[in-house]
Design a protein around this ligand. Structure first.
Ligand code: SAM
Ligand code: SF4
Ligand code: F3S
Length: 471
């Protein structure tokens, strides 16, 4: 299953991974914290910032919530289902407080702002609630909770990027790491809560990003994924100097070493430029893989979604990518059953899939979110059964395309970065090809972090199976 997880970089369905790292406490009486993360890669990356802030206060991570004096859940609000899961976990965590009344339970992340009153006052599920821009105040809030008060800070910031905090890598494979480059989002897609939960977009200092990536490389990491809700809108301005764009930033990171692979996520169709595509093409170590969420195949629905591009514009981008980077891996996000979506509109989503033939797709049915533009201005009028049926139809089409895409790779040779042991077999490693496809092969004398050439001999719908031909 880890092969699948490795490809699920963008998948908010990643649920509740508890973190652990090999850090050893230095003090005689260390405190332990347990953290469970939900949602997108940004949230997982934030949990590493939180771990760093806590470590400075002599808190160390544990996998066992019963050992922890601080239990944290880093939450996601993107769809209703994500919220239901978090609520269930919080109810379960109450048992640890019963066993040890001094335990502090906290909610972090994207549910904090909306549900702070409910969690703290009405349901009394937690002691602290901390929004995504307020993690520096965690030590104070923990102190307040320990003295019997409720600790809340959900203020969003226009400046906070945690640029100076060196994340503690949790559950790390020691080879690949996420590096946040922007926070927040200015786009206001009508279905999406992110601009409300994470606030305005801000770009992190290019120097701090390059320093973090260089430090990772020096500690034997071999791949960084630059993260933002819309990486293409990255721009960092140093007084009196030229603005650093996303393409320039990628170039700076790629130049750290040809042995450091660079990935990035997520690209927005309206913002990805030729400059970005030429930079990907120019550097061998910038991976030929683009996640380009489309959300709908119909221009009228895209307008209602406030995506600011049409079907034709999007297809033009796909054509341009294929023209400049012919072997580029492509993935997308699509929503079925958005407000007013007709059967004909849905057929356009299917035909767009037939055109793009994605290697990977993350598919969701529309879930109305409180406070969004769609909730305020549109009617959620597609019945749930219809949303689910359309979702299944898209899943079927996508599965066929992804299997065909895998089969097209039979007989090809890929340079693969070794990430870890395959869960299916102790004798095998798994890693990813440049185009993001997961490849499984015999361990031999290889080790994690090696690059290896693998010839593809077989495949499933999610994994390529190969033979090592050269180290
Ligand atoms: N910033 C990225 C973008 O512009 O596509 C990703 C944002 S979001 C974290 C990841 C995906 O969740 C979106 O691309 C969208 O497909 C899905 N999503 C967001 N809001 C949703 C909603 N209300 N219902 C269903 N899916 C939703
Ligand atoms: Fe949400 Fe749109 Fe921003 Fe993505 S670009 S985070 S979908 S508002
Ligand atoms: Fe990510 Fe969920 Fe927040 S997808 S940005 S954790 S609402």
């Amino acid at each position: 299953m880890e092969e699948l997880l490795a490809t699920k970089l963008h998948d908010e369905a990643r649920q509740g991974e508890a973190y652990f790292t090999a850090l050893s406490p230095s003090a005689a009486e260390p405190n332990y914290f347990y953290i469970e993360s939900y949602g997108c890669a940004m949230n997982f990356s934030d949990s590493e910032v939180v771990a760093s802030i806590l470590q400075a206060e002599n808190y160390f991570p544990t996998k066992d919530p019963s050992q922890a004096s601080l239990i944290l859940i880093n939450t996601c609000s993107i769809r209703e289902k994500a919220e239901i899961t978090v609520r269930k976990r919080l109810t379960e965590f109450k048992q640890y407080k019963k066993q040890n009344p001094g335990t502090v339970i906290g909610v972090l992340g994207c549910m904090a702002e909306r549900l702070k009153a409910v969690f703290l006052e009405q349901e009394k599920l937690v002691d602290i609630v901390v929004g995504p821009d307020a993690y520096r105040s965690l030590p104070d809030l923990i102190g307040e909770a320990q003295s019997g008060q409720k600790g809340v800070n959900v203020l969003l910031s226009r400046e906070e990027t945690y640029a100076d905090i060196s994340p503690v890598r949790l559950n790390s494979n020691g080879v690949t790491a996420f590096v946040s480059i922007t926070r927040g989002c200015n786009n206001m897609c009508s279905f999406c809560v992110v601009p409300f939960t994470r606030g305005r977009e801000r770009s992190r200092s290019a120097y701090s990003i390059v320093d973090e990536c260089r430090d990772l490389f020096e500690r034997d990491f071999r791949e960084v994924t630059l993260l933002g809700q819309n990486v293409d809108s990255y721009h960092w301005i140093e007084e009196g100097k030229e603005t650093i764009t996303f393409a320039m930033l990628m170039e700076m990171v790629a130049q750290i070493s040809p042995l450091l692979r660079v990935r990035f996520s997520t690209s927005h169709p309206k913002d990805i430029t030729d400059e970005v595509l030429f930079t990907i093409k120019k550097y061998d170590n910038i991976c030929n893989y683009i996640h380009l969420p489309v959300q709908s195949g119909n221009s009228r629905v895209l307008k209602l979604m406030n995506r600011t591009y049409t079907r034709e514009w999007y297809l033009g981008k796909i054509d341009r990518i294929r023209e400049l980077i012919p072997d580029c891996g492509l993935s997308t996000d699509m929503i079925t059953g958005f407000c007013t979506e007709t059967e004909e509109d849905h057929q356009e989503s299917i035909s767009l899939f037939d055109y793009c033939k994605y290697d990977l797709a993350y598919l969701y049915y529309y879930s109305e979110r409180p406070g969004t533009l769609a909730e305020r201005k549109l009617t959620d009028d597609v019945p749930l059964e219809t949303k689910k049926r359309r979702l299944q139809e898209l899943v079927d089409v996508y599965r066929q395309h992804s299997l065909e895409s895998m089969q097209r790779d039979l007989g090809k040779t890929f340079k693969v970065l070794v990430e870890g042991t395959s869960k299916k077999s102790e004798a095998d490693f798994f890693g990813r090809a440049d185009n993001n496809k997961v490849v499984v092969f015999a361990k031999g004398t290889l080790k994690k972090g090696d690059y290896v050439s693998v010839k593809i001999m077989n495949c499933t719908s999610g994994t390529l199976l190969g033979t090592v031909i050269e180290k």
